[in-house]
Design a protein around this ligand. Structure first.
Ligand code: KIV
Length: 276
């Protein structure tokens, strides 16, 4: 569990969207990570993470696709169910996958209802601003908490063409600020800002009353999110400037597997104590 000297919210038994709002008001940074399975989610929750995102990055890190586009609603629900089973304290947010909410608010509502009903998650996250507002409104009208996602929105990678930093030009920066206000006004409980200039993220965080969570958006936001497999050093190919690696698990795992192979081949394993 998290130590009380680093969090005023250590004793909170369940993180809700209201707790996140309180964290913003009390200047406590929100710690968010992705998880896609029971075992990892359990470790994150026990360590005291505030928010777990069942991200559609599962498409990349769990399924090996080159983008987030292929993952399906059924697959996201499978990951979400596994995560929710593990969680006692963290707020669980589930990404709505590509093609389940864009351009059709009725389908958006049906998709969000399936996620909430079948997984027991606490909220959904969707990418975009003005263009998806009707879907946001309809999902919110059913009482489902919605988190926005602006800046680099990986589901639009074929429109952007690259994963470079977004909103460096004034026109795109202005649209991002406008979109953040629209999402707040619509009733979103928070917004993820991905890979945008730190100064712009600071401006949005100052103007918007709901929590702003950054990934590659600098320190002047209300919290941070990273993809678990990146911060643990399981993925190796992906190393943007914003990523801090807390471990080099890819080497450790491969080292352990090599030791196991050696022990099996040399009949060092199992030994006398490891048999019946
Ligand atoms: O899917 C994901 O992991 C995300 C984070 C990068 C915010 O959306």
């Amino acid at each position: 569990m998290i130590e009380p000297n680093i969090s005023k919210f250590a004793n909170v038994t369940k993180v809700t969207t209201h707790v996140l709002q309180e964290m913003k008001l009390k200047d406590e940074k929100i710690a968010m990570l992705t998880a896609y399975d029971y075992s990892m989610a359990r470790l994150l929750d026990k360590a005291g993470i505030d928010v777990i995102l069942v991200g559609d990055s599962a498409s990349n890190v769990m399924a090996g696709h080159t983008s987030t586009l292929p993952i399906t609603l059924n697959e996201m629900i499978y990951h979400a169910v596994s995560v929710v089973r593990a969680i006692k304290r963290a707020l669980v947010v589930v990404d709505m996958p590509f093609g389940t909410y864009q351009g059709n608010s009725k389908e958006a509502l049906n998709s969000a209802i399936r996620i909430m009903k079948e997984s027991g998650a606490d909220a959904v996250k969707i990418e975009g601003g003005k263009e998806i507002l009707e879907s946001v409104d309809r999902i919110l009208s059913a009482g489902i908490p919605v988190m926005g996602h602006l800046g680099l929105t990986p589901q639009s990678i074929h429109k952007f063409g690259t994963y470079v930093v977004r909103a460096t030009e004034e026109k795109e920066a202005n649209k991002l600020v406008e979109d953040a206000h629209l999402l707040e006004r619509a009733g979103c409980f928070g917004i993820v800002l991905e890979k945008i200039p730190a100064k712009l993220a600071e401006k949005v965080t100052g103007e918007i009353k709901i929590p702003i969570i950054g990934i590659g958006a600098g320190p002047h936001v209300d919290g941070q999110v990273l993809v678990l497999h990146d911060m643990l050093g399981i993925t190796q190919e992906f190393s943007p400037r914003f990523l801090r690696r807390y471990h080099n698990l890819s080497e450790e795992i491969q080292g352990s597997v090599k030791s196991y192979i050696r022990d099996v081949k040399t009949v060092d394993f199992p030994n006398e104590r490891e048999q019946y």
